[in-house]
Ligand binder design. Structure first.
Ligand SMILES: Cc1cc2nc3c(=O)[nH]c(=O)nc-3n(C[C@H](O)[C@H](O)[C@H](O)COP(=O)(O)OP(=O)(O)OC[C@H]3O[C@@H](n4cnc5c(N)ncnc54)[C@H](O)[C@@H]3O)c2cc1C
Length: 394
């Protein structure tokens, strides 16, 4: 295959019964920004293409165009009302390799089109699952949980990919992900194998994108775009899996009705049980709900059964793998501030962090950083809150 076989960026849109998820609009915004630069740099005319599957979704394409899509390919069928992974995977893969659809998007590239150049999914429970199965189906690679994207021409020398020779890879998507609590950035590349002995293409270059990272482009009703209806082909075999009933289970941990949330992380490590008790007291003074960072839900510390089953549970996790919250006050106790956590609490009105490490990433996210150990800081805070309450009541 040649470089011209791959065109455009395809964004897999998620919605809940017709309501577009924020992350889908965020992906469109970022795709618009990077593709505008791309088209300028490479004098090309590639498009931001939204892919939408669902039932009764004919109103959505217009909104997607208003938020940055050049084209929307949508499949509207009762069979696509809810996500069934096998069916969605096949339909997305069909759309991504359909040349007639591509001809509709941009006739200039139609004859050669084989697949999208880039493909974005949301890094949420549905997108993570779908991205893996779609890319496996298309026999290409996937980078998950990305929060920065750059397109560039890279010189690569690699024993397997280039046979040890330096080669230029044009229009390569550099996909960055935060690792080790955000202290290290990993750059992931999905490269064709240009080694003559192996030669194999890996396109689309695809990733899942962390919600809450990229800016949404404000809606512009004057934007123009193509809306293309796609009639999916289903395998009878796959349709045997039916959704008989569907219930949205409401979380037992109610974050929404509390004005304050106190969350804790691995910083409790020196005396977990006692520190959780301290956090409990602080939360009680503020009538706050209690959240945790993801590692705490994996039960890394030995604590009493009651503390464990009350606090170290997935339902309390804040972040991309848990809940998104936006209280008036968020207190992060012993949490370093990894991107995956920040994404779940950055919309809080006022943020206080308690941490002895002033290089913690949380310092950049908070309004007040209290440098210190929670064991020392929380008792002082509690005492001060109690004093202030007495003043208010007097
Ligand atoms: C795919 C993926 C999804 C993820 N999803 C989430 C998610 O949804 N939510 C989430 O939270 N994480 C998530 N993570 C994990 C995330 O990357 C971080 O590893 C995690 O948030 C770190 O948790 P932490 O801040 O509790 O621990 P650490 O990073 O270990 O930080 C502990 C902090 O405590 C401080 N500390 C130490 N002693 C004290 C003390 N005595 N008093 C006060 N502070 C102290 C330290 O200075 C440090 O800053 C995800 C990771 C991946 C790869």
């Amino acid at each position: 295959m040649t470089e011209g076989d791959y065109r455009h960026v395809y964004i897999i849109i998620e919605h809940e019964e017709g309501k577009i998820l924020q992350v889908s609009l965020e992906m469109l915004g970022e795709a618009r920004r990077i593709l505008d630069d791309f088209n300028k740099k490479y004098s090309s005319n590639e498009k931001v293409v939204a892919v939408l599957l669902g039932y009764n979704v004919k109103e959505i394409p217009k909104i997607l165009i208003e938020h940055g899509a050049d084209a929307v390919i949508y499949a509207d069928s009762q069979e696509l009302r809810y996500v069934r992974n096998t069916i969605h995977t096949k339909v997305i893969a069909q759309i991504a390799s359909d040349r007639d659809v591509a001809a509709n998007i941009e006739p200039e590239y139609a004859t050669q089109f084989k697949r999208p150049r880039y493909m974005f999914f949301a890094a949420d429970s549905i997108g993570r699952h779908l991205s893996a199965t779609v890319l496996a189906h298309m026999d290409s690679g996937l980078a998950s949980d990305i929060n920065k994207l750059v397109i560039g021409d890279l010189q690569i020398t690699h024993q397997n990919k280039t046979g040890g020779k330096p080669l230029t890879y044009e229009k390569t998507l550099e996909m960055y992900r935060p690792d080790f609590s955000g202290f290290l950035w990993t750059t992931i590349l999905c490269l064709d194998n240009k080694n003559p002995a192996i030669q194999k293409d890996y396109h689309p270059q695809a990733c899942s994108i962390i919600p809450g990272v990229f800016e949404i482009i404000p809606s512009d009703p004057s934007r123009d775009g193509k809306i293309i209806e796609y009639t999916p082909k289903f395998d009878e075999e796959d349709l045997k899996v039916r959704i008989i009933d569907r219930k949205i289970i409401k979380s037992e941990i109610d974050f929404d009705s509390h004005k304050a949330i106190v969350s804790f992380g691995r910083g409790i490590k020196d005396s977990p049980e006692q520190n959780i008790k301290l956090i409990e007291q602080l939360a009680a003074e503020l009538d706050a709900q209690i959240g945790i960072s993801l590692p705490l839900s994996k039960k890394p510390f030995s604590v009493s059964q009651t503390v464990d089953s009350t606090y170290l549970i997935p339902d309390r996790v804040i972040g991309i793998s848990g809940r998104k919250v936006a209280p008036k006050l968020y207190i992060a106790v012993g949490i370093s501030g990894a991107m995956q956590h920040i994404s779940g609490m950055k919309d809080s009105e006022f943020i206080i962090a308690i941490n002895p490490d002033e290089n913690a990433l949380m310092k950049d996210e908070c309004d007040i950083f209290i440098k210190g150990r929670m064991e020392d800081v929380i008792p002082v805070l509690i005492e001060e809150i109690r004093k202030q309450k007495q003043v208010v009541q007097a």
